[in-house]
Structure formats: C-alpha cells, structure tokens
Write a protein that binds this ligand. Structure first.
Ligand code: SF4
Length: 253
C-alpha cells in the first residue's frame, strides 16, 4: 500500500486507540463513526470517562464495536499509519462515512499533522467531526480548518480543578469557529453545575453553538432531577436539549 498523505512528512501523532462504534453524545447520537482517540489532555475533569487517554501509550489498539482488538499500531504514529488503521476497520466493518477526532484533547496534536490527517480523510470520502474540550481558543482556527462539525465542551470551573476563566475561554472558542457547524455540551454533575450552566447558557447560544446539550454526568448520584434540567433548558432562549451519554446507558464502547 502506498502513502496516502503524498509522502509528506509531518510530526507523528500520539494515538491512544482507533475504533468503530456508535456516537453516544450530542448532535450525531446513534450515528456509526470511526473514532481516532488521541493521547494527552490539558485538563483534568473529575468526571472524565477516558482518564487513561490523558497519558501516552505505545501500543494503540484498533478495535471493533464490542471493543475486540483486531490489530495495534505503534504510537506515535504517522498519518499514513493512522489511515491504514481506519482502512482496516473499513475492511472489517464497512465505512461509516464519519471520523471523529477525539481524546484526550485532539487539538494538542501538531497542527500540520492534524491538517494532513483531515485532508486524507476527506479525500477518502469521510466527514470529520472534532470533539474538543474547547478550552484553547487560540486553536479555533485549526479546528475550523480540520473539521466539518465541531463538538465543543463548555467546561465549568467546578468540573476541575480548572482555571477560573475556563468557561469564558470555551465560549470564546465557540465564537471563533468559522465554517464548520458547532454544537456544545455542558456536563452537569450537581446542582452547582446546573446553576453555573444556567448563568452562561445564553452566552454559549449567542456564541453560535446550536444546539447546546446539558449532559447529565454518567454515574454521579448528585445529578439534579430531570425536571430541573428541563426547566433550565426551556427558560433559555435557543436550542437547549438534555441528553445523557447513550453509549454509557447502552453499555457500548
Ligand atoms: S477534557 Fe475530556 S479527556 Fe480531558 S480530562 Fe476532561 S473529560 Fe477527560
């Protein structure tokens, strides 16, 4: 097999895993997708469902929807190696037509490599969804370039320890996206999160996020009752929805 990136040398990508499954969050829930999960994250959320992906690992599994590993690639990996993993999944499970770049935080990868990867994926016929923690507004240009759609988490200070201005930074990120459709998710772990979310929801909508999802945190007993979330959603002007992590509810990867 020849090189798909035209032999262009870009810095390697720290890949944590490549797998095919069903999107369990946000606008594209239920859609089969290939997920390229990158290692490394600049935040440390207390509800993180992939905490291990914050660290680098040498052998990245290439896996099917039940989590069965069909092969591994060595990380860091070249764009061509990542593309070959995607093709391997296609051969085994068919092409879902959408690749999600996720993490960790995908925007921490080298911009040239992320651009090269997105270019090859698009040339192959894939749409690219970028799932980001949105906390680095300086990367909004890169996000706009590599993605057809952006899923932006809006982090709250209580999700961390996070910097005090984390929410403001996420809103600025959303504002700066030009081109791709952008929607937002705010994870709600408790009543304090819901109160904070309520105070920033209008700004998130005004920044251009559509819809905005209030996402009850999986496995947290402190999540406020559904009626309180519905009230916050209906009181806010704009398209605000309430949606749990469907893959977690269903027990999928
Ligand atoms: S931003 Fe995402 S990957 Fe990073 S710690 Fe938070 S939940 Fe985990």
């Amino acid at each position: 097999m020849g090189t798909r990136s035209g032999g262009e040398e870009t810095p390697p990508l720290t890949v944590y895993e490549v797998f095919v499954s069903v999107q369990g969050e946000g606008l594209f829930v239920g859609q089969p997708q290939v997920f390229i999960r990158f290692s490394g994250c600049n935040l440390d959320c207390r509800y993180c469902d992939e905490p291990a992906s914050r660290s680098w690992r040498r052998h990245a599994p290439v896996a099917g929807p039940t989590g069965e590993t069909i092969s591994t690639i060595e990380s860091p990996a070249t764009v061509d190696e990542v593309i070959r993993a995607v093709e391997e999944l296609e051969n085994e499970f068919g092409s879902p037509g959408v690749v999600s770049l996720t993490g960790g935080e995908p925007l921490l990868q080298h911009p040239d490599s992320l651009r090269a990867l997105a270019t090859v994926l698009r040339e192959t016929g894939y749409e690219v969804l970028l799932e980001t923690n949105a906390s680095i507004p300086e990367k909004a240009g890169l996000a706009s370039h590599v993605a057809d759609a952006v899923s932006a988490d809006v982090k709250l200070p209580g999700h961390g320890p996070h910097p005090d201005d984390v929410t403001e930074r996420c809103i600025r990120f959303v504002e700066k996206i030009t081109g791709p459709r952008v929607y937002a998710k705010i994870v709600i772990t408790d009543a304090e999160d819901l109160k904070e979310a309520r105070s920033v929801l209008e700004d998130v909508v005004k920044a251009g996020a559509e819809p905005v999802y209030l996402q009850p945190a999986t496995g947290f007993d402190s999540v406020p009752p559904i009626e309180e979330m519905v009230k916050v959603a209906t009181e806010t002007e704009g398209d605000v929805r309430v949606l749990p992590q469907v893959h977690a509810v269903a027990g999928w990867k």
